[in-house]
Design a protein around this ligand. Sequence first.
Ligand code: C2E
Ligand code: MG
Ligand code: MG
Length: 392
Amino acid sequence: MTSKKLLVVDDEIGFAKFVEGVAEDLDFDVLLTDDPLEFGNLYSNDIDIVVLDLFMPNTDGIELLRFLSDNKSKASVILMSGKDAGVLHTAQELALEQGVKVLGVLQKPFRSEDLEKVLNKFEKVSAKSAPNSDNGGLPSLDELKQAIIDKELFLHFQPQVEIRSRKVVGVEALARWSHRDKGMIPPSYFIPLAEENDLMHNITFATATKAIQQQGIWKEQGTNLRVSINISPKSLYNLNVPEDLETYAKEANADISKIMIEVTETALMADVARYMDILVRLRMKGFGLSIDDFGTGYSSLQQLVRVPFTELKVDQAFVRKLTTDTECRTITKISILLAHELGMSVVAEGIETEADWNILDELECDEGQGYWMGKPMPAEDIPAWITRWKNR
Ligand code: C2E
Ligand code: MG
Ligand code: MG
């Protein structure tokens, strides 16, 4: 096994030594300093983990995070602080926004077991991001490229239901990849892989045209279901997107007002002017605009107000804990209120139980999507599912 290098910076030398001891027990080579100004001298590109105290004299941990970001460091950081947890949380978000990986945050004082737990995560993370040859039986990048060429990717559609009336109003189109030997490959694996390797345009093109064609088919059959399409920030960056989608819709004789474009908040973080240009033109052409996974990104309220979104999707992370976690319930409630104030309709994703459904009904959420109503399925199964749902 190659050696793992860890650098700890803490003005309390006793604490730095404590971290050193725990890390050495887990076979890390440890460098240590109690002087933040020494950091630049000790840091090198082969350091795997930086353990950082946030509050230090002369320099603070935040400045060192910026240093790591500026140096495009591959190191993961563990943030520590003796002050309140809110600061740790904010520092963590700041790090992520700067592209610095955060392995964990630890509120001082902590036990050696707590630190061990975080350090052990490092092995798992590095095993996951190992090169193509050993990725736990998942297909390689080359296989994904071939699958795109061979048109092995297809769509499933998950129902979206109006909560008050129980009426089926739409579906979300979700990409699927069925590998010859390895079976169904999760999009959480192949979408990021495509994004990192400039393949996302091909997938977006294939899924968007298919989803729009399907809307045209449902329109002709008289159900005229709304179809939601996920567009990754990278694909959205292309200024021709509104015209292209309009062209597909016309060719498929689809109803543009029944096509919803889902974008995540990440899209709004960078190059606001350009995304705004594209989103506004999509809206002007009559497409619906949905903000996906709301609450998990970092968009400001101002951006949210400036983009003419028509729909907000509350992320399933909050919905799943509606019955057990009051914070998640509060976030959901506030998201619904905010959306309504801004004239948007709200879809809650990840409804898995009737109890979730009932709470969302109480909170006046407009629509729901989740396994409790229906899992993603092939387009041809949707009519039968609608019949079953009506009789339920
Ligand atoms: P998303 O857009 O937030 O899609 C919702 C995900 O939640 C889907 O996972 C769906 O199957 C899952 N889901 C829905 N209801 C439940 C539930 O009750 N419980 C649980 N546990 N999960 C539920 P899926 O299909 O694995 O997709 C994951 C993500 O992959 C999507 O998240 C989306 O970000 C991305 N993705 C999928 N298809 C495409 C695509 O065509 N283009 C782009 N850009 N991204 C896509
Ligand atoms: Mg989505
Ligand atoms: Mg989502």
